[in-house]
Structure formats: C-alpha cells, structure tokens
Design a protein around this ligand. Sequence first.
Ligand code: SAM
Length: 280
Amino acid sequence: MTMAPKPKHWDGNYGAWFKDAQVAAAYPHRPPYPAAAIHVLAQLAGAADGPSRDGRAVLDIGCGTGDVARRLAPLVNRIDAVDFSGAMIAQGQRLPGGAHPAIHWTESAVETAPLSPPYALVTAGESLHWMRWDVVLPRLRAALAPGGSLAVLNRDWDQPPALRDRLRPIFAQFSANKDYRPRNLLAELAQRGLFRERGRRRCGPEPWHPTLEEYLLCRHSQNAFAREQMGPADVAAFDAAIAAALGELCRQGAVREAGGRYLLQVEATVVWGEPMGDPD
Ligand SMILES: C[S@@+](CC[C@H](N)C(=O)[O-])C[C@H]1O[C@@H](n2cnc3c(N)ncnc32)[C@H](O)[C@@H]1O
C-alpha cells in the first residue's frame, strides 16, 4: 500500500530554507526550551533497556543550532547532532555549549546521514515535519536500542492568546510558504502507521523577555518568515505590522512590557514513543 503524501507545506524544499545564513543568524533569538523539557529528555535517555554499546547515546535529528543538543550534552555520554544546514551547525558550534566534547556535529540529511547506533533516544526538536517520513521513521526504528524512544519537541512562544489571535492574520498575509495549512505532525504520523505514542509532557512556562528587535529576529528565524524568501519590501511591512500589533496589545494591557522588553513566556511539549514503519 502506498503512503499518503506529506502535506505540501512541509516539503523538504521548504525545509532547505534553513540553509540560509540569515535564518541561522536569527535563530539564537528563539527562546530556550524550558529546563523541564531537557530534564524529560535526559530521563528518557536513561530509560532504554540495557546499556547501549556507547552508554547513553542520543541522536538529535535536524539539530539546527543545537538548542536541544547543547543542553543535553552534559547529561548523556554522546549526542550525534545531524543537520543538513551547514549555516545552522556553524552557528551552533559558536554558541554556549557548542564545543562540548559529547556533541558530534554532522552536516548531512537525516535520510542518508552516517549513524552510530544503538541510540537510547532520538530527539527531534521542531524538525521532523521537514523530513522524508517514509525513510526517516524506519531508519530511527532500526537505530534505537530496545525500549529506546523518539522524542518530538515543540516550543510554544505565541502566548498569550490575545497575541496569537492578533498576529494570525499578519502571518497569513506575509508567510513566504504559500502552501501553509494547519496540521498536527503526530496525528499525520500516526495515520500513516509511523509513530506510536508512549507519553507526553507539557513543560514550563518559563519567562521570555525579548526586545522588539529580538522578537522580530525570532520571527525571521521561522521558515515561513525567512528574510531571503520574503524579500525586503515584505520584511519591512511585516516588521512594521508586528511592531504595531505589539504596541497596541501593550496599550490594551494584553501584553506587558518593562524596560523595553515584552514580558512573554515559553512552554514546550515533549511527546515520546516508538517510530514505526518498514524500510522500502
Ligand atoms: C526549526 S529548526 C530546529 C532546530 C533545533 N532542533 C531546535 O529545536 O531548535 C529545523 C532544522 O531541521 C533541519 N532539517 C530539515 N530537514 C532536514 C533533513 N532532511 N535533514 C537534516 N536536517 C534537516 C533544518 O536545517 C533546521 O536546522
């Protein structure tokens, strides 16, 4: 039976926009994952049955600048951090923790990357949707130690709801990804028989206090708002619309501001389970 095609807006060609140097440069402005999310990952890495060949080895797929790998490295024996964007990896290597000896950075597509299994845990922070699921999920299944998990993480920094609602039409107007449709990654994987969930945890909230400039850069670290793809006129109009919306919400009291910083929060969801599927 052939597998339903992936939703179009998650096509790998869009994922490749993370190779842009400007996206990589903006990425460190994203809020860090809450500490509780990293703690859940460390626990999962220790939960696989039996010692893996290399102690608690972790594979971080679509590692980007290492928002997961750099935090997890001191808590595990080895973390293989794989990403096809050399710009994201180079940025990650320069960030705090990027030179930790437990991290092995590899610039490669996850579909074909050299792996060193068995892994006690595979982490996918905001990345799996871009990949070829029919290839990657069976690969991960084969690479995990018995009882090992795939953990899929996402940050939510769109709170409060008034901010999310106010920004939604601006996003719809300016998104460079014209194929965008709201979809649930885990539901899509489960429908295709590629993932069986074992558990999930909502982590945080933790405070996140960006300046306007940092907030805008954070938005431009998002694939749909990559500056190279939007073009300068749309970037300027998008930035002005976001700044106006934030200003209005502050005046209404829906968003709080102090010392030139917005008093926002970040939460994360960690869902873990078993990757499924057979290789072709
Ligand atoms: C939104 S970033 C997430 C980075 C990091 N995991 C985090 O949680 O912040 C998505 C990353 O997935 C990478 N990516 C997308 N498709 C990929 C693929 N097929 N192989 C390797 N990396 C991929 C992109 O280059 C990008 O760095």
